[in-house]
Design a protein around this ligand. Structure first.
Ligand SMILES: C[S@@+](CC[C@H](N)C(=O)[O-])C[C@H]1O[C@@H](n2cnc3c(N)ncnc32)[C@H](O)[C@@H]1O
Length: 262
C-alpha cells in the first residue's frame, strides 16, 4: 500500500523524483538497520548465554576451572602485566616475607597461592608430611627433582641437619632463576645447590660432575612420565635410600605424600 502510494505520487509528479528516491532509500535503510540490530541483539544474547554457561561450568567442574585459571586467565594476566605468575609469586615474597626466614617465605607463598593464583608447589598440607619424612630420614644428601619456584627446596632445606645439603634439579631456566632468588631470600642458599637441566641428563652426571656417591633422600616432584625412568637411573647411577613423591603414579616402594607407603 505504502509502495503503491509512493509510485502514484512519483508518476503523477506531485513530488520530485529525487525526493522519492530518498524516501525509498530511507525505508530500505531503516529496514536493514532493524534487521541488522536484531541480528546484533541475537549475537549478544548468544554470547551472554555462552558466558553464563562458561561461568557455571567453571564453578561446577574442576577441569574447566583449571583450564580457565591456568590457561586463559593466567595468559591474559601475564600479557597485561608483562610478567609470569612465577615472577608475581617471587615479587609478592620479596615485598611481604621476612628476608632470611624460611618459614615466613613458605607462609607468604602459601598465602599468595591460596588467595591470588594457584601454583604447583607441594603446599602446606603435603609439605607437613614432607617435613616429617625428611626429619625421619635425616639425610646428609637430599635430592629433589623439580624445583619450580623453590618452595619445597626451602621447605626441605630448613629441616636438614647441620652440614647436610640438598641438590635440586630444574630444567626450566625461568623457574630456575626465580628459585635461586627465592632460596637466597629465604637464607638457605648454603644448604641448597640448584642444578639446571633435565633430570635425565643431570642424574648420570651426579657422581662424576657433582661428586655425589649416595643420596639419602629423593623427592620426585617433576613431570610424572619421568618418575619410573629416573628412579631406574638413580638406582643405576647411585645408591638412594628414601624416595618420596607427590603423585600416585610413581613406581613401587616409593612413599607417596599423603597416601602412606606403597
Ligand atoms: C610440580 S613442579 C615442582 C614443585 C616443587 N617441587 C615445589 O613443591 O615447590 C614440577 C617442576 O618440575 C620441572 N620438571 C619437569 N620435568 C623435569 C625434568 N625432566 N627435569 C628437570 N625438571 C623438570 C618443571 O619445570 C616444574 O618446574
Amino acid at each position: 500500500m505504502v509502495g503503491h502510494g509512493l509510485f502514484s505520487l512519483i508518476f503523477t509528479k506531485r513530488i520530485p523524483l529525487s525526493c522519492a528516491t530518498l524516501t525509498l532509500g530511507c525505508f530500505s535503510l531503516s529496514f536493514q538497520m532493524l534487521e541488522s540490530s536484531s541480528v546484533l541483539l541475537f549475537i549478544v544474547f548468544v554470547l551472554l548465554f555462552i558466558l553464563l554457561l562458561f561461568v557455571v561450568l567453571i564453578r561446577k567442574n574442576g577441569t574447566a576451572a583449571l583450564i580457565w585459571n591456568e590457561i586463559i586467565r593466567e595468559k591474559i594476566t601475564n600479557f597485561i602485566m608483562n610478567q609470569s605468575k612465577e615472577q608475581r609469586i617471587l615479587n609478592f615474597v620479596l615485598q611481604n616475607a621476612v628476608r632470611g626466614d624460611p618459614c615466613s617465605v613458605l607462609d607468604t607463598i602459601d598465602q599468595y597461592c591460596s588467595q591470588k593464583e594457584w601454583a604447583m608447589n607441594v603446599g602446606n598440607e603435603k609439605g607437613l608430611i614432607l617435613d616429617k619424612t625428611v626429619e625421619e630420614a635425616n639425610p646428609s644428601v637430599a635430592l629433589e627433582l623439580g624445583t619450580y619456584c623453590g618452595y619445597s627446596a626451602v621447605r626441605i632445606a630448613r629441616v636438614l641437619k647441620a652440614g647436610a645439603h640438598l641438590l635440586t634439579v630444574e630444567f626450566n631456566p625461568e623457574f630456575a632463576a626465580i628459585a635461586k632468588q627465592m632460596i637466597e631470600f629465604a637464607g638457605v642458599q648454603d644448604k641448597v645447590k640448584l642444578l639446571e637441566g633435565p633430570s635425565e641428563e643431570i642424574i648420570p652426571q651426579l657422581k662424576k660432575k657433582y661428586e655425589v656417591d649416595t643420596v639419602d633422600f629423593v623427592f620426585l616432584d617433576h613431570w610424572k612420565d619421568r618418575y619410573t625412568p629416573d628412579t631406574i637411573l638413580l638406582q643405576v647411577s647411585l645408591r638412594s635410600v628414601c624416595m618420596v613423591t607427590n603423585q600416585n603414579t610413581s613406581p613401587k616402594n616409593i612413599l607417596i605424600l599423603g597416601a602412606g607407603e606403597t
